[in-house]
Write a protein of this length. Structure first.
Length: 86
């Protein structure tokens, strides 16, 4: 938190980016904890799931890049709804 305050980074914005980056890490091999669980649930192999995950992975990376450079998008809904006052 002190580093966020020092560089004037909004904590909610950082939290959104952090969660998206963690979700990308959870579906990216070789760690891919969520893929191992999903493969076990649907009785499939990691190879099949890894091939199917690429469009979602690319979309998540694009969303992360867009939100990184346009922080207003991640803060728009809470600010408009009156739930967050930066």
């Amino acid at each position: 938190m002190p580093i966020l305050v020092y560089y004037e980074i909004d904590p909610l914005f950082f939290g959104v980016l952090f969660v998206i980056a963690l979700s990308i890490g959870q579906i990216t091999p070789p760690v891919a904890v969520n893929l191992y669980v999903a493969a076990n649930l649907v009785n499939s192999t990691m190879d099949k799931l890894t091939k199917e995950i690429w469009p979602y992975l690319i979309a998540a990376i694009i969303a992360l890049v867009i939100l990184t450079f346009l922080p207003q998008l991640s803060l728009w809904i809470p600010v408009t709804a009156g739930l967050y006052f930066p």
